[in-house]
Design a protein around this ligand. Structure first.
Ligand SMILES: Cc1cc2nc3c(=O)[nH]c(=O)nc-3n(C[C@H](O)[C@H](O)[C@H](O)COP(=O)(O)O)c2cc1C
Length: 355
C-alpha cells in the first residue's frame, strides 16, 4: 500500500493533497530582503508537498536579523511573493508564510539603516551571527521593547499577515520556536519584564495569544498556524523549570484552541516529555504538525500512532525537490550540502537533481 503520507488530508478547513509538509527553511536568497524569481523557482520545484511553509519572513524591518531574509512589510515584497504564491498554487499545493521576527538573534549590520534590534528584555544573546559586511560578528545588544513597542510589533505582524493574503498565500505561520522573538517572550530566562507581557505563564504567553487573536480577526482563524519548540534551547535560551515549560505549552494549546487556529507545528525532539506532547494533542483540536529528523519510514509510524496529523520535512525537501515521488517509488534521497544552505545564488538551491 502507498505510504499514508501521500494520501489526501482533511481536518477542519485544512484540506491538502497529501500529508507531506515542506518545513520552513531560511535560505538567504532574498537580495535586499525582496522575494524574487529564483525563490519562486525553488518553491515551484517543491510543490509535491501538500503544504509548503516558507522560510522565516520578517513582519517588520527590525525583525530582519539575518542577511538576505525576505520581509512582508513593503509593496515590493508583496509583489515578489505573488510570484511564489501563484507558482505553488499552479502546482496544486498550499502555502503558508512563516512570519519570523528574529528579536535579539541578529546584528545591526543586517538591519536597515537607523533600525534598532529589539527583544523582550535587554539581554544580549551569546554567540555570533553572519553578516554580509564583516562575516561572523557577536549578536548586537537588543533594546527591551516598551509596552507600546510590543503592541506595535503585534500590529506589524497583523499587517504582514494581511500582506501575505494580498500576495495570494493561504495563510501564515507564527514562528514561536527556535529562540526568536516569540520564544524570547515565553522563556523566563530571557523575559524579565514587569509589565503585562512578562512574569507569569499568562504574562509571558500574552504576546502569542494576542498575535493569534488579532491575526485571526484580520485574515481568518483558518489561515493561522504557529510553530513551537518546547524544551529546546536554540538562540542561547537557557532551559527553565520542566513543569513550567509543560504548563506553558498546555496553557498555549488551550488558548490557541479557543481561538481556533488551523494548526500547531512542533519542532519534535526526544527532550519533549510524552506528557507535554499528549497535553498539546488533547488540548488542541485542529491539525498538529511534527517536524525534525523524520524519514519517510518514521513519518509513517508517527502518522499511524496518531500523535501528529501531518509531517514536515526540512533538509530532505531542501535536497530533494521531488521528495513525494521518491517516497512513492522508494528512491534513495539526495544528501543536503550545508555549505550552500545560506549562500546567495542558484547553486545548492535550485540545482538538486530529481530522480
Ligand atoms: C537551512 C535551514 C534553514 C532553516 N530555517 C528555518 C526557519 O526559517 N524557520 C524555522 O522555523 N525553522 C528553520 N529550520 C529548521 C527546520 O524547519 C527543521 O526544524 C529542522 O531542519 C529539522 O528538520 P529536518 O530533520 O527535517 O531537517 C531551518 C533548517 C535548515 C536546515
Amino acid at each position: 500500500m502507498a505510504n499514508p503520507i501521500l494520501q489526501p488530508y482533511a481536518k477542519g478547513s485544512l484540506t491538502l493533497k497529501n500529508h507531506l509538509v515542506m518545513a520552513p527553511m531560511t535560505r538567504s536568497r532574498a537580495i535586499d530582503n525582496i522575494p524574487n524569481e529564483l525563490m519562486c523557482e525553488y518553491y515551484k520545484q517543491r510543490t509535491g508537498a501538500g503544504l509548503i511553509i516558507t522560510e522565516g519572513t520578517s513582519p517588520t524591518p527590525e525583525g530582519l536579523g539575518y542577511p538576505r531574509i525576505p520581509g512582508a512589510f513593503s509593496e515590493e515584497q508583496v509583489k515578489g511573493w505573488k510570484l511564489t504564491a501563484n507558482a505553488v498554487h499552479a502546482g496544486n499545493s498550499k502555502i503558508f508564510m512563516q512570519l519570523m521576527h528574529t528579536g535579539r538573534i541578529g546584528h545591526e549590520d543586517n538591519l536597515p539603516d537607523g533600525v534598532k534590534l529589539v527583544s523582550a528584555s535587554n539581554l544580549k544573546a551569546a554567540g555570533q551571527i553572519f553578516t554580509d559586511t564583516k562575516g561572523l560578528q557577536d549578536h548586537t545588544q537588543p533594546e527591551a521593547l516598551t509596552t507600546k513597542g510590543v503592541k506595535e510589533v503585534i500590529e506589524g505582524h497583523v499587517s504582514a499577515a494581511k500582506n501575505a493574503i494580498k500576495a495570494g498565500f493561504d495563510g501564515i505561520e507564527l514562528h514561536g520556536a527556535n529562540g526568536y522573538l516569540i520564544e524570547q517572550f515565553l522563556n523566563p530566562n530571557c523575559n524579565n519584564r514587569t509589565d503585562e507581557y512578562g512574569g507569569s505563564i499568562e504574562g509571558r504567553s500574552k504576546i502569542v495569544v494576542e498575535l493569534a487573536e488579532q491575526i485571526s480577526d484580520a485574515i481568518g482563524k483558518d489561515k493561522v498556524g504557529i510553530r513551537f519548540s518546547p524544551y529546546l534551547t536554540m538562540g542561547d535560551l537557557a532551559a527553565y523549570d520542566a513543569d513550567d515549560v509543560h504548563e506553558t505549552y498546555k496553557y498555549l494549546a488551550q488558548e490557541l484552541n479557543k481561538t481556533g487556529i488551523a494548526y500547531i507545528h512542533i519542532s519534535f525532539s526526544p527532550k519533549i516529555p510524552q506528557g507535554t506532547l499528549n497535553v498539546v494533542r488533547d488540548s488542541f483540536q485542529n491539525t498538529i504538525i511534527y517536524c525534525n529528523g523524520f524519514t519517510p519510514e518514521t513519518a509513517e509510524e508517527a502518522l499511524a500512532k496518531g500523535t501528529a496529523d501531518i509531517i514536515a520535512f526540512a533538509r530532505s525537501f531542501l535536497a530533494n525537490p521531488d521528495l513525494d515521488k521518491r517516497i512513492a517509488e522508494k528512491v534513495p534521497l539526495n544528501q543536503p550540502d550545508p555549505t550552500t544552505f545560506y549562500t546567495p545564488g542558484a547553486k545548492g538551491y535550485t540545482d538538486y537533481p530529481v530522480a
